[in-house]
Design a protein around this ligand. Structure first.
Ligand code: HEC
Length: 127
């Protein structure tokens, strides 16, 4: 029985540790970026919108790898902009869509991004 209890303890500790190391949770709000959303960002956006990007204009505007550390107000603003840009069909850029058709989000993926970004922004803004 005591072996069972120590096993349980080890498992619980491991889970707590793993959870606290997850980088897709915003530190200030506890908002989690779901895996499916993260996957679309990785496929279609982070090539330009990340700390390592060579596209300075894109990087200055939005670094998706910083979603986890943004303050609430900045997170709300960036999420609203993400929804708006996708809805207008402006992101990813026209050139990117022409060069990498396989990396363009599908209509369904765009809808997922817009719904998630908008509902998370409203939730954070307390609407
Ligand atoms: C080929 C590079 C590239 C890709 C891929 C790309 N973007 Fe962009 N994005 C840009 C550039 C460049 C700008 C700045 C445009 C400007 O200022 O005129 C920008 C601007 C933005 C902005 C405006 C940010 C602000 O604060 O005004 C948002 C939001 C955005 N992109 C979201 C996305 C999302 C979401 C994706 C993926 C679905 C994506 N982008 C894919 C290059 C890219």
């Amino acid at each position: 029985m005591s072996k069972f209890i120590s096993l349980l303890f080890v498992l619980t500790t491991a889970t707590v540790l793993l959870t606290s190391f997850k980088t897709n949770i915003n530190q200030n709000t506890g908002i989690e970026i779901p895996q499916n959303i993260d996957a679309i960002f990785a496929k279609s956006c982070t090539g330009c919108h990340s700390v390592d990007s060579k596209n300075y204009k894109a990087k200055m505007k939005l670094k998706l790898d910083e979603l986890g550390s943004m303050k609430t107000s900045k997170l709300v603003s960036k999420l609203s902009k993400i929804a708006k840009e996708i809805e207008k069909g402006d992101m990813p850029t026209k050139k990117f869509r022409a060069n990498y058709p396989e990396k363009v989000p599908t209509d369904e993926e765009n809808k997922m991004l817009i719904d998630w970004a908008r509902s998370t922004a409203s939730q954070l803004a307390g609407e």
